[in-house]
Design a protein around this ligand. Sequence first.
Ligand code: G6P
Ligand code: ZN
Length: 612
Amino acid sequence: GADAFVPSGKVPRAFTTLSSTTVKISEVPTTPIPGMKPGTSGLRKKVEVWQGKTGEKYYVENFIQSLLDTASASNGGRVPETIIVAGDGRYFNDEAIQIICCVLAANGVKDIRVPVAGIMSTPAVSAAIRASPDIKGGIILTASHNPGGPGEDFGIKYNLEYGQPAGEDFTDELYERSTRIQSFKTLEGAVDIDLNAKVGTQIHLTPSSVVTIIDPFEDYVNVLKKCFDFPAMSAFGKRPEFSLLFDGMHGAGGPFARRVLVEELGLDESCLFRCNPLPDFGKGHPDPNLTYAAELVKKMGLLPDGSADPNVDLKQLPTLGAANDGDGDRNLIAGAGCFVTPSDSLAIICDNWSAIPHFAGGPKGVARSMPSSAALDVVAEALGIPCFSTPTGWKFFGNLMSSKELFGKTDYTPFLCGEESFGTGSDHIREKDGLWAALAWVSILMAANKDTPQGQPLVSVRDIVTRHWAKYGRHFYCRYDYEGVDSNDANSVMDLIRSEFVAGEIADNGDIQLVSGEEFSYTDPVDFSTASKQGLILNFTYPNGDPARVVFRLSGTGSAGATIRVYLEKYEKDIEKHGESAPVALKNLANRAIELVQLQKLTGCDAPTVIT
Ligand code: G6P
Ligand code: ZN
């Protein structure tokens, strides 16, 4: 299980223990199970549903058979030969891997690759798929930042051959197949794959199908080494003025942080916090935001609203704090007494591209999800590069990256992108990457301090952020989440916005004045596919003429009920006002918007459950 995860991050290498299980393939009759429609990032359900404890037999088998049939259909009717199966280590990870391997083997998948302990971060899976031309897809067992353990979430998503999450054409077809499935193939009799076997161990499930235990780290670390200057970071990490605190939140990112930060860069072991994967994430909610990464937030001298705690001596704190989510693709970045919003982090990385070797020559293009702030846009404009605004979901960035259509026939088209939902990354893989974001910030700090004499205090994260605002203005930003809302109530809020403020005439003379409303839809500039109903935008103007915006969107990643997200943003040029805390600066705007859309009345929610 996850507890046995190789603690050092180095994987023992010994080839090749052969153990063979001779089992018979059987075709098992089944019936369709409703509700297998993948959301923003795979299918997520309470773990008991996947375990078949809620009455639906063969939940995993039905889903995987439908997935495999979809993958085969898009592969000329042939089952993909090589597939990687890995998870974030949450409760049911190991059992699910065993079930999935049986279904894959019975369907004729020849080469199944499973990491040691069954654990790999999402970015590492993406890197591994891209590193081997043989690997045609990756089945990733995760519900990302949702809690794990009995009563909590489990999920499965599928990544395609460039390492990117399957698009809606794939997931729609998968769903459609799940509604008419009649049987699945599996292996008869007990199959027990030892997930803690050494790298290179092969387990023959059928005469033509073998599971190989692989090193989770190698391909990913190689990719990071190309993105960043490891020797220089390692030297910078030895400066006594620098320290880092990395919160793995007991997810899959922890062992990768250990491998990179401690074993590759030589930072002290004490920089790792909660970096051992646990099936229930230590009963935590593995989402790196101000609410759920409360411990790290406190250790970085911050109050829960993200402002600096006036009673803490910032000089005693780590230079940089970073947290990852359950599957290691999200990130939170903080400096001593300074929370960096994901939208600001993205803009600052963009402005400091020269600190990151991967962006040599400057990024050719950048993108953000629509609800993210426009902080990136102003930097892109200054750099004279295109900036795309996409629907929420990392998959929308895939086509833009390295696109010959958009960037011409140059071979090297480094691309930067990110989302307000604590996702940041580039074209080095096809997923967001929590550890990459932390290393980007180490690189930025390193560049900012290249002339800081030894023994002198470093230019801090806070300095970098405030200088950025002084240069470009500040986009005050925060998000209210209303979790556990009745789905019908949530929809009635969205419907009201549509009918009153998008379709209807707006005649508002409130203090913060509503000027227009629109519903976001998107046409991909590369393949011209479209996505509609991707968020409702209300545009406001302050009495002094400053623009502001509030976006309403329903979460696509929950497993029960609905979550309404309210994204608040206000631009402030005046440097004197940059010091205010974001939730305070945005309070009036929030009140105004929430009242306009009658959120309280329609949902019965008096206050958001999370403000981040
Ligand atoms: C996942 C996706 C992200 C997306 C986020 C949105 O983390 O990987 O790309 O931004 O979900 O979540 P939501 O709950 O707002 O739909
Ligand atoms: Zn995640």
